[in-house]
Design a protein. Structure first.
Length: 240
């Protein structure tokens, strides 16, 4: 007796969907306290699978994930009173140089290196509007002021202006870094010195999503084992 693999394919696809969702939700929860982190979601697409291998017209449709778009809604603003903490209120991203690549981030937890370069939390240079790193004079230790429009002052002297860019879509690169996709859009923002933007992940809602994804994985696994047992019994009966 021929084994019908169609139900097994469907259950396997459902299990894969649950596993992918578990992975994404786990990543969101792991970054709930990461400044500037943006929540990821899974976007579905319909996939068609023939129920009858001999008939391309006989199709079964079930969902599969095709992308993980980034939700760019504003995270909560936390006051730190630290002069080199900067939050973006509105649209746009800081620009950071990593090796030979320019990336986006909303994590404004900045530092100044010994050579005077303004860097992010991972030590990568933060870029100014001229596309070059912002550098302060370490021989003149005066207060650093970052205005709402991005201008950076050392005392009364302007030393640069933070480069803020915005795009139609962004692609996650990890460590709260993103790559701009699509057309560039005019950023509409206000910078807040002494603040950090938290992640936009709702921990309670994400925990519920995590539990549901784990349950779905268990259900699909149990159903696949049960189906396998039924197929084996059916094969044995067919031989008799």
């Amino acid at each position: 007796m021929a084994v019908n693999f169609q139900p097994l394919y469907i259950l396997a696809a459902g299990g894969e969907r649950a596993f992918n969702q578990l992975d994404v939700v786990s990543n969101n929860l792991a970054n709930v306290d990461t400044p500037g982190f943006k929540k990821l979601v899974l976007e579905e697409m319909a996939q068609r699978v023939p129920q009858n291998p001999d008939s391309a017209k006989d199709l079964f449709v079930f969902p599969r994930f095709k992308d993980t778009p980034v939700i760019t809604t504003q995270g909560h603003l936390q006051k730190t009173d630290r002069p080199l903490d900067v939050a973006i209120q509105g649209d746009g991203f800081f620009m950071v140089k990593i090796k030979n690549k320019t990336v986006l981030t909303r994590n404004g937890h900045f530092f100044i290196k010994q050579n005077g370069t303004l860097v992010d939390v991972n030590g990568h240079p933060v870029l100014g509007e001229n596309g070059k790193p912002i550098v302060v004079n370490t021989q003149k230790p005066t207060n650093i002021t970052i205005a709402s429009d991005g201008n950076v002052y050392q005392g009364r002297q302007k030393v640069g202006k933070l480069l803020i860019k915005n795009y139609e879509n962004i692609k996650p690169l990890g460590d709260s870094y993103y790559e701009g996709k699509g057309k560039e859009k005019p950023p509409k923002f206000t910078l807040l010195q002494g603040f950090l933007e938290g992640s936009n992940v709702n921990p309670i809602k994400s925990m519920v999503e995590l539990i549901n994804a784990q349950r779905r994985m268990e259900i699909y696994g149990s159903m696949m084992k049960g189906l396998d047992a039924i197929e084996q019994k059916t094969t044995e009966i067919g031989r008799v």
